[in-house]
Design a binder for this molecule. Structure first.
Ligand code: NAD
Length: 415
């Protein structure tokens, strides 16, 4: 990220506080996390030497319930970044209507340079180090960048060893075979597709036949495209890190995915009309809905003015910069913000936790139906706030999220 993520998070909070008319005290309480734990994790590497890695667990606010948030393994992880991400989780859980507070974890490491054994030892070491402050009723980690269901399985196993019994509800997004939930892998894309369908209905664009471009064809991009296609939209453009493809009559998401699985990229897909660049995808003239589902900061002051889509649904975290937001707002482009658009993952994580606490497993249809209900209800409340405040959707979503947390804090007697 080019901007300091903590400064950006604090700015967003300030904007929400001002819109809500809260005083300085509320801002001062919420701009800092409740707890920051820094740990060192010694790992015996395959060469026999011990290397020490630095990790964090940041717990921002638990007024609404136990802390919840992913763990990121990345060489660029900083404390500031983890604090910002923890704060965003507080808003994301709040706006989605979940009984959770916000947290985030990070380990400064390039996991691609570790062997499987080293990665497992690091993961078990990290969970031992943060074990005193996590638990199914305290703080429930999940995956983020470069962590996955296998890492969650190690976390659960190691935590269970410390406790002396199996504690599945301590982490979510575990493998389905090991207390994970059906629907977790589809969840974020499914939620993005619902956010897109809801927005197009609100803005009078028939979803049936709506023209969509999707940037990024990993977990979020693929499932977003798949469900939007199934619900009648036309996916006219798709890209990944190597470039993009375009067809005015629409692409078949499943066929594109199997091509990418075979070749490693969507580029060169045989049924496409032409190849395009990522920049061209973002500024295509004949699209209604744009779904950036790859990385942050792709719509900036440089290209915001050239965006022709009527609706942007943020599948990725932070794809639109704050300056670009202002340009898009003036142009009348609707941006469905990441904190709700990509909340499907954390919503199904919540359902996984509920299943774990009860020792049951629901089927895929039940999970997706419950996800849809939760997304629709959260989006309805955001739109109502948006109409009453007259701001952009992002500010409305943040305001709603902050308001819920502040109400909970007041009822608890914290403010
Ligand atoms: P992923 O690794 O499965 O896929 C990422 C995709 O983006 C890949 O197709 C990759 O080729 C493409 N990509 C990478 N750099 C690119 C670039 N410069 N230009 C165009 N494409 C590029 O990741 P994912 O799980 O799909 O996550 C995507 C985004 O969604 C991230 O911002 C992530 O934080 C966010 N997100 C994911 C989830 C989830 O449940 N997976 C939940 C919330 C938010």
């Amino acid at each position: 990220m080019s901007v300091n993520p903590y400064e950006m998070a604090v700015k967003q909070l300030k904007k929400a506080i001002d819109v809500l008319g809260y005083d300085e005290t509320v801002f001062n309480v919420l701009k800092v996390p409740q707890r920051v734990l820094e740990v060192s994790i010694p790992v015996r590497m395959d060469n026999g030497k011990v290397k020490v890695f630095i990790g964090y667990r940041v717990q921002h606010n638990n007024a609404l319930g136990p802390y919840k948030g992913g763990v990121r393994y990345h060489p660029e992880v900083t404390k500031d970044e983890v604090v910002a991400l923890a704060m965003w989780m507080t808003w994301k859980c709040s706006v989605a209507g979940l009984p959770y507070g916000g947290a985030k974890g990070g380990v400064k490491v390039d996991p691609r340079k570790l062997s499987m054994r080293e990665l497992e030892e690091l993961s078990r070491g990290y969970i031992r180090a943060i074990a005193p402050i996590i638990g199914p009723y305290k703080d429930i980690p999940a995956p983020d960048v470069y962590t996955n269901p296998q890492v969650m399985a190690w976390y659960m196993d190691e935590y269970g060893k410390l406790k002396g019994y199996n504690v599945p509800g301590v982490v979510t997004a575990k493998p389905v075979e090991l207390w994970g939930s059906y629907g977790r892998k589809e969840a974020t894309g499914y939620g993005v597709a619902i956010a897109a369908k809801t927005a197009s209905r609100k803005y009078g664009i028939p979803f049936e036949g709506a023209r969509v471009a999707v940037q990024g064809y990993g977990n979020v991009g693929y499932y977003s495209a798949l469900f939007m296609h199934q619900w009648g939209a036309k996916i006219v453009a798709i890209s990944d890190s190597k470039g993009g493809i375009y067809h005015p009559q629409g692409l078949d998401p499943v066929k594109v995915k199997s091509f990418k699985n075979r070749t490693g990229t969507v580029v060169g897909y045989t049924d496409a009309k032409k190849g395009i660049t990522n920049e061209q995808l973002l500024t295509l003239e004949d699209i209604d809905i744009l779904v950036p589902a790859a990385i942050e900061n792709v719509i900036t002051v440089e290209n915001a003015d050239k965006v022709h889509a009527k609706i942007i649904v943020e599948g990725a975290n932070g794809p639109v910069t704050p300056e670009a937001d202002e340009i898009l707002f003036k142009k009348g482009v609707v941006v469905v913000p990441d904190i709700i658009a990509n909340a499907g993952g954390v919503i199904v994580s919540y359902y996984e936790w509920v299943q774990n606490l009860q020792g049951i497993q629901w089927d895929l249809n039940k999970v997706l139906k419950m996800l849809e209900d939760k997304m629709v209800s959260a989006l309805d409340k955001i739109y109502r706030k948006y109409y009453s405040l007259g701001t952009d959707l992002r500010t409305a979503a943040h305001a709603l999220a902050v308001e819920r947390v502040v109400n909970a804090m007041k009822l608890r007697g914290w403010l």
